[in-house]
Design a protein around this ligand. Structure first.
Ligand code: CJB
Length: 814
């Protein structure tokens, strides 16, 4: 992409101008924040012309638009990504350097927008990157939370949540448009009336409303000249305060309505895979969906647009159930506002929506109590009931003698309380339903939504997740990126399948040495960061064994911990035992209300402390748990990893994407046959992957036969010893109560079969230990992991969505 700033002098000049006229300071007096803003604005300027051009071109082409509706976007820092996309990284570095400034300090000034919890939000961020890179007309819509995912700190090893005030110093990347605010009604009642044509209509008479103010963000495609838009909504009160109340002397009451309205976009719900069912959450969902549909219909499609043409012009992709209220909202607009007959409106909706499911855990499937939905969105509830009535009537025709089946497929659940099953609503109306990895999609079809897949076999499809190679190798692993480019040439960051060209080099000693040296360098870089950031000192000459993901019982951080305790006990028993030194790196946030997950964090830290203070294992075992794992930390941590822990119970992790990031950066996986691990194993080959654990059908069989965790405990001496130590207070200064709930839950219930998989896991870890000793063979496997990870690019995922679901095409740059 040609750029008018790609000479260092011009760039420097532009940067100084931004500093002077944008920030109002001269170089000698500039703060870090001034420098960061000036640099961000310099790059932003470069992208803006492309952005306006892209929007213009896409409008003219009248192409079909992919509208990605997601309550979360876990974006990560923007500066480096914008530089990379526009090809200005080297120029910017030279300019900053030439001014005697430090680029890293400027980079580190940026606070990442943490507008997501974990995998689902990060996937949305990868997808909009790939959509822009593939030149697909696309808009991402979401919420501009004032506070993103909490900042995690540890106090005495326990997680403490701090508010994430990412906007304290503002953000140079956003473009607010208060003049384009959208009114969003809530509550009230509906009433019937006769239209001019004598037909009966319904209108919604709402009680209160808020305004959604759009904030636009650029989404630059990688060196394509294409810049798409992410539009996030911020809630404002319709009036700053109530003058009437104010004049009556109650100032506090007067501003209360403002606070109430602005609460809607105040904070991201920190629950991951466990819906909260709170009223504010439903308000958030409707708020962003109502703003987005209104914006799309009026501003993106433009005045005079005929909504009957929607199926040709748009596909609304529902990222999990959070935006599913968009379905009745579009029905309401079409029927009540645009006067389109019900059946025709439903037919339009059936072509415009598609739904991605991200879970298999039954408790994670979102339901909204009828009482709550009816109170907040009375018209939507009526519409949902009518969609359901139509659907059940259709089913009764198809299954005249099977009322049980009909009821079990109802969008409305009756027990334990009457509630709307949002996944069912999305499945009934959506044109397509997809899971996020082969195994997950198959289990969706066969289990979670089996009645629906029997009824509509063609509706169900799979799109295996992916990750953007720009951020997760291009930015995160510059040394490996350079080695790959030197070896196979340029262009692979946009065509990740080309990594297979590395395969022949897996047997080239010089290449392997260069690869190994990069890993060493990346470990050093991580060690440096953790020492500065957390005061954690990491040994260099050790295997870096990494488990980074949200803390959840199904992901089984406790199983990892049992392995660590077992190794520790082996060394205590036999101090001369020859083991490969390991650093166990954890990164994990627990939902604030998820008590046992928080206890698990405390236990990991407690085990780490004991190991740290034991001279017997010094230099051989180290547990490092840097607080506040986020996208920024991931970018330094992942490239340093040797071993990737993907140890969820088979059938529970929908896909995983950390598994892909780690493999792409040359970590070998130890994992179960779960989620996308299955496809990683197929891609990299069994000899380059440490497989263990029960398969999903075996898990099912164990549950069916009545699982007895205690039996595994009693029959396995090492397991008995490891759990026994935790129970006896070995990691809590003799306090037997401290971690009793974790031990009890494992011994009595162990919902996720950690004890059943323990032995198989330990054996696989012993194989890891052996394999790591053969450095050459290990590095060869690591290189093959990189070479065979091309499939996991989010560009491929987006291409699959285009082919299987969206039926949209690129619009070329002029
Ligand atoms: N996922 O991050 C979330 N939050 C949820 O509420 C439900 C699922 C994750 O989505 C990722 C992207 O599809 C998956 O890779 C991951 O397995 C799943 O847990």
């Amino acid at each position: 992409m040609p750029s008018d700033l790609d000479d260092v002098e011009r760039f420097t000049e532009e940067f100084l101008k931004r500093l002077q006229f944008g920030q109002g300071v001269a170089l000698p007096r500039a703060t870090k924040n001034d420098l960061y803003y000036a640099l961000a604005r310099t790059v932003r300027q470069q992208l803006m012309a492309r952005w306006l051009e892209t929007v213009q071109r896409q409008m003219q082409a009248k192409a079909k638009v992919v509208v990605y509706l997601s309550a979360e976007y876990l974006l990560g820092r923007q500066l480096d990504n914008a530089l990379l996309a526009s090809g200005l990284t080297d120029t910017a570095e030279a300019a900053i350097d030439g001014l005697g400034l430090d680029m890293q300090t400027i980079r580190d000034t940026e606070v990442e927008p943490g507008l997501g919890n974990g995998g689902l939000g990060r996937l949305a961020a990868c997808f909009i990157d790939s959509l822009a890179t593939l030149r697909i007309p696309a808009i991402g819509y979401g919420i501009r939370y004032e506070y993103g995912i909490f900042r995690q700190t540890f106090e005495d090893g326990h997680q403490v949540e701090q508010p994430d005030s990412w906007l304290t110093l503002g953000s140079p990347w956003e473009f607010p448009h208060p003049e384009m605010g959208v009114k969003v009604p809530f509550a009230g009642h509906t009433e019937k009336y006769l239209g001019e044509d004598g037909r009966e209509r319904t209108r919604w008479v709402n009680d209160w409303e808020v305004i959604g103010v759009p904030y636009n963000y650029m989404v630059p495609g990688y060196r394509t000249g294409n810049v798409n838009t992410l539009r996030l909504w911020s809630a404002r009160a319709t009036q700053a305060f109530d003058l009437h109340v104010f004049n009556n002397g109650d100032y506090l009451q007067a501003v209360r309505s403002q606070a109430f309205a602005e609460n809607i976009s105040k904070v991201l719900y920190p629950e991951d895979s466990t819906p909260q069912g709170k009223e504010l959450r439903l308000q958030q969902q409707y708020f962003f969906v109502a703003c987005s549909l209104r914006d799309f219909l009026t501003n993106v499609m433009g005045p005079g647009f005929d909504p009957r043409k929607l199926p040709e012009r748009v596909i609304f992709q529902l990222n999990d159930t959070h935006p599913v209220i968009a379905i009745p909202e579009l029905m309401r607009i079409l029927v009540d506002e645009k006067d389109i007959p019900w059946d025709e409106a439903l037919d339009i909706c059936r072509q415009c929506f598609a739904y991605t499911c991200h879970t298999l855990l039954p408790e994670a499937l979102e339901v909204w109590p009828v009482e709550l939905l009816g109170r907040l969105l009375p018209r939507h509830l009526e519409i949902i009931f009518r969609i359901n009535d139509d659907f059940l009537a259709e089913l009764r025709e198809a299954y005249p003698d099977d009322e049980l089946r009909v009821r079990s497929m109802s969008i409305i659940q009756e027990h334990p309380e009457r509630a709307v099953r949002m996944a069912y609503l999305a499945t009934v109306v959506g044109a397509k339903v997809n899971g996020v990895a082969e195994l997950h999609s198959q289990l969706l079809r066969d289990k979670v939504l089996s009645d629906f897949s029997a009824y509509w076999p063609d509706k169900f499809t799979n799109v295996t997740n992916g990750i953007t190679p720009r951020r997760f190798i291009g930015l995160a692993n510059p040394a490996l990126t350079e080695l790959i480019t030197d070896t196979i040439g340029d262009g692979w960051l946009r065509d990740l399948g080309r990594l297979v060209e590395l395969e022949p080099h897996a047997d080239d000693p010089a290449f392997l040495d260069a690869f190994a040296a990069i890993k060493v360098g990346n470990r050093k870089r991580l060690a440096g960061l953790l020492e500065r950031r957390d005061g954690i000192v990491l040994p260099q000459d050790a295997m870096y064994d990494v488990m980074v993901k949200r803390l959840h019982e199904y992901k089984r951080q406790t199983l990892k911990l049992l392995h660590i305790v077992t190794l520790y006990q082996r060394l205590q028993e036999n101090p001369d035992l020859d083991i490969v030194p390991r650093v166990f790196l954890f990164g994990a946030k627990a939902a604030p209300g998820y008590w046992i997950a928080k206890q698990t964090i405390a236990l990991i830290n407690a085990v780490g402390r004991v190991i740290d203070n034991d001279p017997i294992v010094a230099g051989r075992l180290k547990v490092a748990f840097p607080a506040n794992y986020n996208v920024t930390l991931a970018e330094t941590l992942i490239p340093a990893a040797d071993l990737s822990e993907q140890i969820s119970l088979a059938g529970k992790e929908a896909s995983g994407t950390g598994n892909m990031k780690l493999a792409l950066n040359g970590a070998l996986t130890i994992g179960t046959l779960d989620g996308a691990n299955v496809e990683i194993l197929q891609a990299v080959g069994e000899e380059n992957f440490f497989l263990f654990g029960l398969t999903e059908p075996q898990v099912h069989a164990i549950y069916e036969s009545g699982y007895q965790p205690r039996e595994y405990f009693q029959n396995n001496p090492e397991l008995r010893k490891a759990l026994g130590a935790i129970a006896s207070g070995a990691f809590s200064d003799g306090n037997r109560e401290a971690f009793a709930p974790i031990v009890d839950s494992l011994l009595h219930e162990d919902r996720f079969l950690a004890l059943a998989d323990y032995q198989s896991y330990i054996e696989a870890q012993d194989r890891v230990d052996l394999a790591y000793r053969d450095t050459r063979a290990w590095n060869r496997s690591a290189v093959l992991n990189v070479a065979r990870s091309g499939f996991f690019s989010s560009d491929r995922s987006i291409q699959d969505y285009l082919d299987r679901i969206w039926n949209a095409s690129p619009v070329d740059a002029s």
